[in-house]
Design a protein around this ligand. Structure first.
Ligand SMILES: Nc1ncnc2c1ncn2[C@@H]1O[C@H](COP(=O)(O)OP(=O)(O)OP(=O)(O)O)[C@@H](O)[C@H]1O
Length: 250
C-alpha cells in the first residue's frame, strides 16, 4: 500500500517444524493505532520481534516508510523512527525516572553511555525527556527513583522511554499486562492521548482496551492474518468469531 508507514510482505518464520509466521501480509498507516490480536501462541510476539529487528524472518520483507529494512539490525531501525516499548526489566531502578528517559534521548542522538554523568545536567537531554514524561502523565514523578514506581507507573515509564526516541512507529507488546483494573483504565487514557501522534502497533490481550482504542484490528491465528478491519467489522466477522469460539472451546 502506497501510503503505509509499515508494510509486511509475505513474512514467514519457523521454529524447527513449527510455522509461527505464515505468509503474513499487513500494512499500518501513518498515525493509525493498529491492534494485533489472536489466541495464545498465535505468533503475536514473534511478529513484533520481526518488525523490531529482534528476529529475522525466514522469508518475506519488512518495509518501513517504503524502505526495505528486513536486514537492518534493531538499533538502525530505532534511528529510522521505529521504537519498541521495552519490558520493565530494562528500566534502571537506581536511576531517577528522568534519568531513565534522558538515557533514551541520548541513545537516539547516538552518544556513548560513558558521557551520561555530565550529560545528566544537560537540558538538551532533559527537556525532551521531561516532554516525554509529561506525555504519559509522569512529569510529577521525574525526580523519583525508578525502582520506587508502582507497576502501572513503570509501564508508563516504558512508554516514555519509547517516545523519547522520537519514533514515527511505536510497537507495544502487551502494555496492560499485570495492570489492575484502575491502572488499565488510566493506561487506556494515556494510549488514547498518544493515538494519532504516532503510528502504533498494539499487541494486547485486554479486549476492552483493544476495541476502545484501535482504528483497525488484525486477527492472527496460527501465524496468519485471518481478518483486518475496524473494531465493528472484526466484531461481526464470522471467521473471527469461529476462530475465537474454537480456541475457547478447546
Ligand atoms: N524462540 C523460540 N523457539 C521455539 N519456539 C518458539 C520460540 N518463540 C516462540 N515460540 C513458539 O512460537 C509460537 C508463537 O509464540 P508467540 O510468543 O509469538 O505467540 P503469542 O501469540 O505472542 O502468544 P501469547 O499470546 O501467549 O503471548 C508458540 O507456540 C511458542 O511456543
Amino acid at each position: 500500500m502506497a501510503d503505509a508507514i509499515l508494510t509486511l510482505e509475505g513474512l514467514e518464520k519457523n521454529f524447527g517444524a513449527l510455522k509461527v509466521t505464515d505468509s503474513l501480509w499487513l500494512d499500518v498507516k501513518p498515525g493509525e493505532l493498529h491492534a494485533v490480536i489472536g489466541p495464545n501462541g498465535a505468533g503475536k510476539t514473534t511478529l513484533i520481534g520481526q518488525i523490531s529487528g529482534a528476529l529475522q524472518p525466514d522469508a518475506g520483507r519488512v518495509l518501513f516508510k517504503g524502505e526495505d529494512i528486513t536486514a537492518e539490525p534493531m538499533h538502525a531501525r530505532t534511528q529510522k523512527g521505529l521504537a519498541r516499548s521495552f519490558q520493565i526489566t530494562t528500566i534502571l531502578p537506581d536511576f531517577t525516572v528522568l534519568e531513565n528517559v534522558a538515557l533514551a534521548v541520548q541513545a537516539r542522538e547516538g552518544h556513548s553511555f560513558h558521557f551520561f554523568r555530565p550529560a545528566a545536567r544537560d537540558d538538551t537531554l532533559n527537556e525532551p525527556a521531561l516532554a516525554a514524561l509529561d506525555r504519559v502523565g509522569l512529569g510529577e514523578r521525574a525526580a523519583v527513583r525508578a525502582g520506587a514506581l508502582s507497576h502501572g507507573e513503570k509501564r508508563r515509564l516504558e512508554l516514555a522511554i519509547a517516545i523519547a526516541t522520537a519514533p514515527e512507529l511505536l510497537l507495544l507488546d502487551e502494555p496492560m499486562a499485570g495492570a489492575g483494573h484502575e491502572e488499565s483504565d488510566a493506561l487506556v487514557e494515556t494510549l488514547r492521548s498518544l493515538r494519532g501522534h504516532y503510528a502504533i502497533v498494539l499487541v494486547e490481550h485486554d479486549m476492552r482496551a483493544v476495541f476502545a482504542l484501535a482504528d483497525r484490528i488484525s486477527v492472527l491465528v496460527y501465524g496468519r492474518v485471518i481478518a483486518t478491519g475496524t473494531p465493528d467489522e472484526i466484531r461481526r466477522d464470522p471467521e473471527v468469531r469461529k476462530a475465537y469460539l474454537g480456541s475457547e472451546a478447546a
